[in-house]
Design a protein around this ligand. Sequence first.
Ligand code: ADP
Ligand code: MG
Length: 258
Amino acid sequence: MDLMALMAKLKLEHLPGSLDALCEQAAKRDLDYRRFLAEALATEWAGRHQKGLESRLKQARLPWIKTLEQFDFSFQPAIDRKVIRELAGLAFVERAENLILLGPPGVGKTHLAIALGVKAAEAGHRVLFLTLEELMTRLKRAQQENRLERQLQQLVYPKVLIIDEIGYLPLNRQEASLFFRLVARRYERASMILTSNKGFADWGEVFSDQVIATAILDRLLHHATTLNIKGESFRLKEKRKAGLVTEPLNPPEPKGGK
Ligand code: ADP
Ligand code: MG
């Protein structure tokens, strides 16, 4: 059988396109057969991994891509780098534990949630990002259309479900009980990463019902890491920095000097 046909039979999608270049390189570098085979298979593997990652990132519906490398830890000393490094190892995902990021606007909650979502997608996990508002729209529509059960089941499927912006939009009791059903469904099965501008003490208000809020927190926090980010807004810092450049009240440093 000819080489192209063999690769097609073996369903090698990425190697055929790179083969000429690989052969040329191998000849130049005088590679032995084993090394050449390893490089050829590595090319196929890298292509597959990249394709899988791209499709997982697309399915994740992240609003934008942010990475941990882009996060300036020195700006937010309230965040323990070691804890983030530990989380980035994704053992919490393997153990179906939760992560809750609390703090005022602009401290990097969504950034960190996305960055960990990217890590999880890279590691081969299914990820889904929804704001609480988007989640509620899905659940309520499903309930109206008599397919809540199926929707809940679909929302258990991702290994990491990120629910962003809990607290901005108060839920009524019916909505809170839908949220509770989701949390109960995922409990000890798969991880959630939640972000909120409200401390737990205010969740009763967010969910319009202290009893439901307690039941939600009880399950969420049973196996969870909570990061309370008590810092300054990165957005405001950027504005201020920009302000320093244009603000007429801050004249430029005198030139020359000393
Ligand atoms: P939050 O969700 O807490 O309101 P975001 O995560 O949306 O805040 O952060 C606001 C913006 O500032 C984003 O563009 C984010 O990437 C950036 N940002 C926040 N904190 C940091 C940080 N420590 N280092 C780098 N960028 C940051
Ligand atoms: Mg946010």
